[in-house]
Write a protein that binds this ligand. Structure first.
Ligand code: NAD
Ligand code: ZN
Length: 377
């Protein structure tokens, strides 16, 4: 039977792909609640052209209790993706981030607890940022979680992480779900709060709840107008405008980049599998990629003449390494990422080429904002 599914934030990057998958592959009845945030969708707040015509669209905020309550009552499954997503920006728009991300979910949970409804499952989008630095190996002390690097260390351009016990340099490991959480921005903290709130209420009231910690997601429909869009889109846009990628630190920072289609695979598995209930899962590829490799791969494909600029700057609060250990989601949900970065990235590059209205100054705009707020040194 066709399930009734609500996707909050479903007009955005990940939510719109999820809507397509649920409609095309499952023939589900999808409703989207989205505020069409100006930063993501532009000043006119136009419905994006890519939005699936078979999805029912409601414009509104998850902070609007009444509107959300009506939609909760009409649906059976909820994917809660609505959020403000700029890590750096969250450090100076604190009220906005707390309001949208924490109070938005507070509304949803309040409704689930206090209203009559038929919700069978909720899946909440969290983020790798909840970890702060990932797990590392110290040759003397074993497995440790490094602290964020101090301003003093960064000013010395001493980029690699130190062991918090003995001070030696450490090597990054894959980070599993039981690793210590150490969010280093209001955005990351809001995601940690969402995780705790979701599981606490879910477990207390027997509401099936799953948390997915997405690592860095890339693919078509990334909000190119948003200066806080991901690094792949920023490097891609710059290369198209003949500008080299600007790399912070020395480019050896490592991350886990996952294609949006694989994230949608994880979202559907989380919805369908009973074993996912009450659990948190990393959603990544488990393969480390350095920012230098990202820059080289993207410029090679768009404009091989461009040479990356290493400007020796750094962003306060940036982590050095965080890559997912995906054993849990592989074993429990049979998740298996299908695209490696070098292949998956073609999709984003080809799409960026079609987005003519984008100007090449976006990443400078983001940097300017960070400089003004004292977050970029
Ligand atoms: N893209 C990534 O790399 C990544 C990584 C980790 C976690 N996530 C999480 O995944 C989710 C989706 O992210 P995305 O990359 O698709 O971002 P996105 O900005 O493209 O989509 C978010 C959507 O939410 C909407 N929105 C914002 N506030 C809202 C509100 N109060 N009410 C209703 N709608 C609202 C926006 O208009 C937008 O369409 C977010 O929760 C984000 O924190 C994303
Ligand atoms: Zn040590």
């Amino acid at each position: 039977m066709s399930k009734k599914i609500l996707i909050t934030g479903g007009a955005g990057f990940i939510g719109s792909h999820l809507a397509d998958k649920l409609i095309k592959q499952k023939d589900y009845d999808v409703t989207i609640l989205d505020i069409l945030d100006e930063q993501v969708h532009g000043k006119l707040g136009k419905l994006p052209e890519y939005l699936n015509k078979r999805a029912k669209f409601i414009r509104g905020s998850v902070t609007d209790y009444k509107k959300l309550e009506d939609l909760v009552k009409q649906n059976e499954i909820i994917f809660h993706l609505a959020a403000k997503v700029g890590v750096g920006q969250s450090m100076y728009q604190i009220e906005k981030y707390v309001n949208n991300n924490i109070l938005g979910l507070a509304n949803l949970l309040d409704i689930l607890v206090n209203s009559e409804h038929n919700i069978e499952k909720i899946v909440i989008a969290s983020s790798n940022t909840v970890y702060g630095e990932g797990k590392s190996q110290c040759n003397k002390c074993g497995v440790i979680i490094p602290k964020l690097r101090s301003l003093k260390q960064l000013k010395l351009k001493d980029w690699e992480l130190n062991c918090p016990k003995c001070g030696s340099k450490v090597k990054p490991l894959l980070t599993d779900e039981n690793s210590l959480l150490n969010p280093s921005s209001i955005y990351a903290f809001s995601k940690q709060a969402q995780e705790k709130m979701g599981l606490l209420i879910g477990n207390t009231y027997g509401i099936n709840t799953t948390i997915l910690r997405f690592f860095l997601v890339y693919g078509t429909r990334q909000a190119l107008l948003n200066p806080y869009t991901g690094v792949c889109a920023i490097f891609g846009i710059r290369a198209l405008y003949g500008k080299p990628p600007i790399i912070f630190e020395d480019g050896e920072q490592s991350r886990d980049f996952i294609h949006v289609s694989d994230v949608c695979q994880a979202l559907v598995l989380a919805m369908e599998k009973m074993l996912a209930n009450g659990e948190i899962f990393n959603v990544g590829t488990g393969i480390p990629i350095t920012i230098k490799e990202v820059a080289e791969t993207i410029t090679q494909k768009i404009n091989p003449k461009l040479k990356p600029i290493y400007n020796q700057q750094f962003r306060i609060g940036d982590i050095r390494h965080c890559v997912a250990d995906i054993s849990k989601i592989k074993n429990k949900l049979k998740f298996s990422p299908t695209l490696v970065f070098k292949e998956g990235i073609d999709d984003l590059i080809n799409w960026i080429k079609t987005q003519k209205e984008i100007v090449g100054k976006l990443s400078q705009k983001a940097m300017q904002e960070l400089i003004e707020k004292g977050l970029l040194k």
